[in-house]
Design a protein. Structure first.
Length: 441
């Protein structure tokens, strides 16, 4: 058997590629190892609660991408407003921490803001440019000064990445780390206000069905979608794959959204040094605990950052705070995210810690309030941008491309990408195959 285009992986990237090829009436075959496509954008339903693989909120940078999605999903996506905060020194302050110090103890506000101003003045008169900083730790100090770095940027990022910040580059940050201007930091020191900073101040999310309505809409009516069958081996020289079902398939082009290290591991015929270099690729995993609670909405926050060590999790939130329909009437939902490297942690211990801390914070009154619990493990969730990542990824992608393999998506490109970028890369891969002008430009 031979496929003109074989698509491996049916997350947003793979499905978007299939959708565009289908639109152009071009043949393809998509193989997805899970029974349900959607990848990270699947949703779990339990006792009337709707849980995503941690908060998954849709936002767009590109108007054509937004149009592409809305044509498929229709009016089911509603605009929501983020209410993100930081919990530190016993109080909640508005997100982002570097812009909103009002509400913190006076000593912290002084140290944070004066340190920030000193760093800003130093940049102004020395001509120093933080974007040239060799590592994330140095960048934080140059961009924000010592107070904001020590109280938030360092502890939060150490907890999330589980990797030395002095070995992280700054290439992942882009729009994900807001850099407020001097006036905004000054205003935020005096006035407590909900901030619209950052790329996700508003986002789209449905009333029903969770984020999975997005991959489901893209997959709707697509032929050539094989579920529950995965790629097992890839022979680059012969342009053939072996599937987990035992079937061998030839292809003219392969669009893969498998994690890049996994694609390398199942490929034969790669130059040894290149194959070995993939061992340099690192990621941090997430263990996500979702709780369904009886009673009123406990907090008004969509998500909360926890920089302090006393909390084992780096982030917790409540999707029902901004989308009440994810919980049955008279109920609410909260989620907690722990990051880890290496072996999967003990969910029971993490669950005990989460409940204890949520009680301490007043989010939960007692254990009897918890009527539903769903634990979701996200191995390799966040790609670690260390000094080897860029070069290794570029060499691998280039080699695969020359052999007719386009590696796309958050893990195919081995990057810190959004749902929008995964879909865009899938669409672009299809347009490459179609020989049409790259969409959406
Ligand atoms: C904690 C977290 C929170 C996030 N929150 C947001 C958010 O709020 N907003 C946002 O825009 N983005 C968010 N993202 C990013 C978003 O989830 C991803 O960008 C997007 O879902 C990636 O889609 P993908 O198709 O590239 O990869 P995936 O979803 O990983 O899809 C890859 C697919 O390949 C399949 N596969 C793997 N191996 C094989 C094999 N051997 N054979 C066949 N199939 C295989 C998998 O089962 C999977 O379905 C978040 C990500 C994380 C980790």
């Amino acid at each position: 058997m031979k496929a003109e285009t074989l698509i491996a992986g049916g997350g947003l990237a793979g499905l978007s590629c299939a959708r565009e090829l289908h639109r152009a009436s071009r043949p393809y075959l998509l193989v997805e190892k899970e029974k349900e496509p959607g990848g990270l954008c699947r949703t779990v339903f339990d006792k009337g609660f709707t849980y995503d693989y941690t908060g998954h909120f849709l936002h767009f940078q590109n108007d054509r991408m937004k149009k592409w999605v809305l044509q498929l999903v229709g009016n089911r996506l509603k605009t929501r407003r983020r209410h993100a905060v930081i919990y530190s020194q016993g109080t909640y302050t508005e997100y982002p921490y570097q812009e909103n110090n009002a509400g913190l103890p006076s000593g912290a506000v002084r140290e944070n803001v004066l340190g920030y101003l000193e760093a800003a003045l130093h940049r102004r008169f020395s001509g120093m440019d933080p974007s040239r900083a060799a590592d994330f730790k140095t960048w934080c100090l140059q961009a924000f000064g010592p107070g904001l770095s020590r109280r938030f940027m360092f502890p939060y990022n150490e907890k999330l990445w589980k990797f030395p910040l002095s070995k992280l580059t700054t290439h992942w940050m882009g729009r994900f780390v807001p850099s407020p201007r001097v006036l905004e930091v000054l205003r935020g020191a005096f006035t407590r206000q909900s901030s619209a900073s950052g790329y996700n101040a508003t986002f789209l999310y449905p009333d029903q069905g969770g984020i999975s309505i997005l991959p489901r809409a893209i997959a709707q009516g697509l032929p050539g979608l094989w579920r529950g069958v995965g790629l097992k081996k890839l022979d680059l020289a012969r342009r053939k794959v072996l599937l987990t079902s035992g079937l061998e398939i030839g292809f003219d082009r392969l669009v893969s959204s498998l994690p890049l290290p996994q694609l390398v591991a199942l490929t034969s015929g790669l130059p040894t040094a290149l194959a070995r270099s993939a061992r340099n690729l690192k990621a941090t995993s997430i263990y996500n605990i979702n709780l369904g609670l009886k009673g009123r909405q406990p907090v008004p926050y969509s998500w909360v950052y926890f920089p302090e060590k006393e909390f084992g999790f780096h982030r917790a939130g409540s999707v029902s705070a901004c989308v009440p329909s994810v919980a049955p009437r008279g109920h609410a939902s909260v989620y907690v995210e722990f990051s880890y490297r290496g072996t999967r942690p003990d969910g029971r211990a993490l669950g005990r810690h989460a409940v204890q801390k949520l009680k301490q914070l007043g989010w939960i009154k007692g254990e009897s309030q918890v009527v539903s619990r769903v634990d979701l493990n996200l191995p390799g969730a966040y790609v670690v941008y260390d000094s080897q990542r860029d070069e290794t990824v570029a060499a691998l992608l280039d080699h695969f491309r020359k052999k007719g393999v386009d590696s796309v998506g958050r893990y195919g490109r081995w990057e810190y990408g959004s749902m929008e970028s995964a879909m865009k890369q899938g669409i672009e891969a299809a347009h490459q195959i179609l020989g049409s002008k790259s969409f959406p430009g």
